[in-house]
Write a protein of this length. Sequence first.
Length: 182
Amino acid sequence: PLDSIEPVTTSWRLHSRNGVEDAVHHDGRFYTITYSGQLEAWEECDAYTRDVFTSTVIAPRLPLPADPDHRKYLVAAPGGRLMVVLTELKDRRTRSLKVLVLDAGREGWKETHDIDTVLFVGVNGSLCVPTREHPELKAGCVYYYNQGNPGACNGNYNYNGVWVFSLKDGIGEKFVVLGQYR
């Protein structure tokens, strides 16, 4: 050991009965959404069992589509709201998106088409950005990556890539970055 500093080994894992699909750290706590649509809050057990966490279901189960080809992204808004972006495959190439907001009393989920922020969702994390600070972004939109469907190329059009979905219009369009190939 360098300078008499001993390495410390710590490990942790999430033991959720339903499998964790996404997680976010918000206001000093970890929250997870399970594959079955349960929102869980995680806490360290006590001082004697360091690095051991337990979960508590803190909201009603999220209403899920019947189609098993959907994905849930957990997002924390700057004002403290917890939201889930639910993506569902509409056809072989395109996705429909819904944003569900947990009400203040944590008694239910409500679909919204009007958010004053921009959401970026992905498998490595999600982010909520206020449009007041970034007017170049479209308020009420979700930016996401449409990935690797076997039939994703139709003729000369590639459906893979970054897309912008307008919650108000219910329409997604491919996001083209100018100068990307220069």
